[in-house]
Design a protein around this ligand. Structure first.
Ligand SMILES: [Zn+2]
Ligand SMILES: [Zn+2]
Length: 418
């Protein structure tokens, strides 16, 4: 089996790996690089059938719903089937209305530990813990050789069972392991907290107990683990949780009734819509969206009546100025529950300044979606690959230094053989 990383050998995000066997090929992920601005045209990688002459890839397998893994799929020519987890696909369809998703029109769905055969490739997905819901690592076999691609994963989220299982019954006889190394960052790049999601819950519960007023947790509506964390912390502090409509639609799209959502069996979950979302629904005329949550909505007057009994969770950052004007954040707290790097950007600096100007404290409760170095070490020790290859990292040279395992660096665009 031949392999070529198109992007990711020295870069976090935009991952794409091409595999070739018996004259056929597949792609693992087809991401948009994180450095690309929204209207920037990023060409497809020059894979066989896309940029180089030859038959089209037999399939594109998307490990999870982050754009740095699927973002170039819309540019595929017709006739290339896309595979992804069902919940991951449904979440992206739900997010499309809100401008951050897509209907991938996938041909097939990945299921945990259910092997699929595509041409000469046998693919076994392993459900993993990541900040995107329904994420997989992939074991691919062809020509009698076995490649294990980690995708994005971590040990410290809300799926400790899937991580444990990966260590206890790892894929066997792996010839090459492509391992993400997001957190092996160079010293100069901003790192992320690596505390556990349950520690975030405990810390957030303390913030909620100590605050007298409204607490607004700013997080990505697609980060289901974090929404569960906020909901659980709210229960511990005896507060009710209100999510935005985007988050509510994503929660329903998971298809899991164990995920908090606006429904009769979740009496402590409500929906609070920021102005932006109300406007979007109004302009689209898609009033079935608000109708679906009508019985569960709360409004400014509910928050004003007892601000200390609520926590808001979702994409409320653009709504914070209106909440300040309405006095809803008097005695309240804003919790930044995303990557701190966003706060360094001009919009983030303006946001920080606005809170400071109005005396609204900002707390930070967050953890990375990617594994800590010690967990990566444990995974390598469990899988025992013949060859370790860095991907999804800006510090491939640190694998040996930090992890203590010699890695073989294959540059973007270079073919190698498993
Ligand atoms: Zn990624
Ligand atoms: Zn990811």
């Amino acid at each position: 089996m031949r392999v070529r990383i198109h992007r990711g050998a020295r870069e976090i995000g935009g991952s794409c790996v091409e595999l070739q066997a018996a004259g056929e090929s597949i792609l693992l992920d087809l991401g948009r690089p994180l450095w690309a601005t929204p209207d920037e045209q990023v060409p497809l990688p020059p894979a066989v059938g896309l940029g180089e002459p030859g038959p089209l890839p037999r399939a594109v397998i998307i490990t999870h719903g982050h754009q740095d893994h699927w973002g170039l799929v819309p540019q595929l020519p017709d006739g290339v089937p896309v595979w992804i987890g069902k919940a991951a696909a449904d979440i992206l369809r739900a997010a499309e209305f809100w401008g951050t998703g897509i209907d991938l029109r996938e041909q097939g769905h990945l299921h945990d530990q259910q092997t699929v055969t595509i041409g000469p490739f046998t693919i076994t997905p392993y459900l993993v813990d990541h900040s995107a819901f329904d994420a997989y690592s992939l074991l691919v076999e062809a020509d009698g050789r076995r490649l294990f691609y980690s995708g994005d994963l971590r040990a410290h989220g809300r799926k400790p069972g899937s991580w444990r299982r990966l260590l206890e019954s790892p894929p066997q006889d792996v010839h090459a392991m492509l391992l993400e190394g997001t957190n092996l960052r160079d010293e100069h790049s901003p790192g992320e907290s690596l505390t556990s999601e349950s520690a975030v819950e405990t810390d957030l519960a303390a913030t909620l107990r100590n605050a007298n007023g409204l607490v607004v947790v700013l997080s990505s509506p697609q980060n289901i683990d974090r929404m569960v964390t906020v909901y659980r912390a709210a229960l511990r502090a005896d507060r009710d949780t209100a999510i935005d409509l985007y988050g509510a639609e994503v929660a329903v799209a998971t298809g899991r009734d164990t995920i908090p959502r606006p429904a009769p069996d979740w009496p402590r979950v409500r929906v609070y819509m920021p102005v932006r979302q109300r406007v979007r629904v109004k302009e689209s005329g898609e009033f079935h969206r608000t109708e679906a949550v009508r019985a569960h909505r709360i409004f400014d007057e509910d928050l004003a009546a007892s601000p200390g009994s609520w926590v808001l969770c979702g994409a409320y950052q653009w709504h914070v100025p209106a909440m300040i004007r309405a006095g809803l954040l008097d005695g309240g707290v804003v919790v930044w529950s995303m990557w701190d790097g966003y706060l360094v950007e001009p919009s983030g600096q303006r946001f920080t300044a606005l809170l400071a100007e109005h005396g609204v404290p900002m707390h930070h409760h967050h953890t990375s979606g990617h594994a800590a170095p010690a967990d990566l070490q444990a995974l390598i020790a469990a899988v025992q690959p013949a060859t370790l290859v860095p991907i999804h990292t800006d510090a491939p040279h640190r694998y040996a230094e930090v992890l203590g395992y010699t890695a073989t660096l294959h540059d973007d665009g270079a073919w190698w053989t498993v």
